[in-house]
Design a binder for this molecule. Structure first.
Ligand code: VG1
Ligand code: CO
Length: 543
């Protein structure tokens, strides 16, 4: 095997965002672009020599080529061993599990998650650390620093073995083990959940529809739901990963996961509906004609997690991202466990999970997970739901109604304004930030502001401070508006407006969500002048 050192120059903009480096696929395919970033990952984390990494991706366009490049680079940099998903496929949660199970030094996951794939879509690369979780800011900063001073990268010149076949080959002195992407993940799920109870549920005629959205969870869901648990054949739809996700947008929300939504709203709908995203770390949950908001799902899972063997009597605490509704806070309070509020992005849960301070974590964007790995996990959430439904016996819609009756309901919605010129988005945010100190006590759209700040997070484990994580404005009736700019987009800026209104346990919980939120939506508009700054009167995506 011949190795070569290639001279290169820093490329601007290789700064990881909320979850890894995401760019247009065409950008990643520019000569040296991927190579520069991968070499910077190695250099920013103490070098690859003697290390073991997990490697896989969500199967989107350029996945296989990129895996080949990374294998040849890891070998040239002296890595001892690589564990690669067969065909280059690994869901994000499966990769996190492999890193932990085999005690590797980390992993490289190729995905732009919910962003569309294909030649004209997006591509992404993220580095996960030895705990299986997304690199914390300290590491992503170190990697970024390397991208600004890189002068050369190393790569093997010759062809390598076939990653389409399970087995092993070597590249120089690096051993490459190609593994089944599902096996270890399924074994972990069997440890956590009551598979017998779920099997009995399906055997009793329970029906579900799981939309894999032509993305990575297809093989996992087929094997586990239809194979091991006995869901009827065809319960998993769009199960074959395709390089462009069937031309779709693999974002599991009611706007993009249309097929399962139509099934769940149609005649003779199954009992339970779900969907997952591009890399398998998110979940959408539905009952018959009922979308369960991710924030409510987190609250309900926390309330009923004791029905699953792994979590019975084991909840040390919960954590949610700041924009996620405060429904879970109410459950934590009743359970007498702490509830942590973190910035958006799974990397902020890592320390809490490692320290045993939180057991369940969740985000409004449909990411839910636990201390079983260090990533959010779409299929895990579906299995926990199935476990709960199997053991509780109630229909999911009934269970949620009972929950609202007991705890009150946090009406919740997110309004996204996409591809806004970056200057306009920045002007909106800085205008809003400037007036925060004057807001408390004032009345906007009939709502009185009780507090207004720009969220800063002091990590209780390592005392690191992360600032400017989103503006939050709370009103005296418990309503709340949060505004922040997305850190995963690849074109212009995306403004996310998070809206929440609480109606307590005595109230009526049957209102239409947008109607219930109307005063909060109006307050957000008046406070942030969204129409003026963006030139748009409504959001592009409402979830
Ligand atoms: C979005 C979500 C955030 C999530 C992140 C990565 O980030 O809002 O909750 O952690 O995507 O998820 P942003 O910065 O665009 O709001 V994934 O499944 O795309 O890796
Ligand atoms: Co994802």
């Amino acid at each position: 095997m011949n190795f070569k050192t290639v001279q290169t120059k820093p490329i601007d903009g290789q700064k990881p965002g909320t979850s890894g480096l995401r760019k247009k696929t065409s950008v990643f395919r520019q000569p040296g672009y991927l190579e520069n970033f991968v070499q910077s990952i190695f250099d920013g984390t103490g070098g690859a020599a003697g290390k073991t990494y997990v490697l896989g991706g969500d199967g989107r366009f350029f996945n296989t080529d990129a895996i080949g490049i990374i294998i040849r680079m890891a070998a040239a940099n002296g890595a001892a061993r690589l564990i690669v998903g067969q065909g280059g496929i690994l869901s994000t949660p499966a990769a996190s599990n492999l890193i932990r199970k085999y005690g590797t030094d980390g992993g490289i996951i190729l995905s732009a998650s919910h962003n569309p794939g294909g030649e004209n879509g997006d591509f992404g690369v993220k580095f996960n650390a030895a705990n299986g979780g997304p690199a914390p800011e300290k590491l992503t900063d170190a990697i970024h620093k390397e991208t600004t001073r890189i002068a050369q990268y190393k790569i093997a010149e010759d062809d390598i073995g076939d990653i389409g076949k399970i087995g092993s080959f070597t590249v120089g002195s690096t051993q490459v083990d190609v593994v089944d992407p599902v096996d270890d993940y399924e074994a972990l799920m069997q440890d956590l959940f009551d598979f017998d109870a779920i099997r009995a549920l399906f055997a009793g005629g329970f029906r579900m529809c799981f939309d894999a959205m032509h993305a990575v969870t297809g093989p996992y869901a087929k094997r586990i739901l239809e194979g091991s648990l006995g869901a009827s054949e065809g319960s998993v739809i769009n199960a074959v990963p395709s390089p462009d996700f069937g031309g779709g947008h693999p974002d599991p929300n009611p706007v993009w996961a249309k097929e399962v939504v139509e099934t769940m709203e149609g005649p003779d709908a199954p009992d339970f509906g779900a969907a997952s995203d591009g890399d398998g770390d998110r979940n959408m949950i539905m009952g018959r004609s009922a979308f369960v908001s991710p924030s409510d799902s987190l609250a309900l899972l926390t309330a009923y997690a004791h029905l699953a063997p792994a979590y019975s009597g084991k909840l040390s605490g919960v954590a949610r991202s700041m924009p996620t509704s405060r429904a879970v806070d109410l459950v934590a309070e009743r359970l007498g466990i702490p509830c942590f509020e973190t910035p958006t992005g799974w990397k902020f849960f890592g320390n809490l999970l490692d320290a045993g301070m939180a057991t369940l974590c969740g985000e409004e964007s449909a990411g839910t997970g636990s201390d079983h790995i260090r990533e959010k996990d779409g299929l895990w959430a579906v299995l926990l739901w199935l476990n709960i439904l199997a053991r509780d016996g109630r229909d999911i819609v009934q269970l949620r109604a009972d929950h609202w009756r007991s705890f009150g309901r946090n009406y919740y919605s997110r309004h996204d304004y996409e591809e806004i010129p970056t200057e306009d988005a920045n002007a909106l945010m800085s205008g809003l930030r400037a007036k925060l100190p004057q807001l408390p006590g004032t009345t906007v759209a009939g709502l009185q502001v009780s507090a207004a700040d720009d969220f800063a997070y002091l990590d209780p484990v390592d005392q690191s401070l992360t600032e400017a994580q989103g503006v939050r404005i709370t009103f005296t009736d418990g309503s709340r508006v949060v505004l922040r700019l997305s850190g995963t987009g690849t074109q212009g800026a995306t403004l996310r407006v998070y809206l929440e209104r609480f109606v307590d346990s005595g109230g009526d919980h049957a209102q239409d969500v947008q109607a219930a939120l109307a005063p909060v939506i109006e307050a957000a508009e008046q406070l942030a002048q969204i129409a003026k700054h963006t030139g748009r009167s409504t959001a592009d995506v409402i979830t």
